[in-house]
Design a protein. Sequence first.
Length: 87
Amino acid sequence: MSLKHLESLRSSELKKVLITLSELKSNMDRGKLKVLEIGAGTGCQARELAENGYAVEAIDILDNTYLEDRVWPIRNYDGKHIPFTSN
């Protein structure tokens, strides 16, 4: 599967997620909604979420197939221990 095709699929998925996030955001009365994307791949979804006003952190394993194609800052992790506090 080409990277362009994969990004097209992910963009389609993200449109559905944005509807749910928008509903959550409308019920919040403080700041940006924070999103943690696990398994970020190239970071194209993280970037699009940020462009839609969300505070985004993205993580993926270091031996990710798309390491050279990243378009967003992605924190590498071991695949077991999420490198953030439990908040």
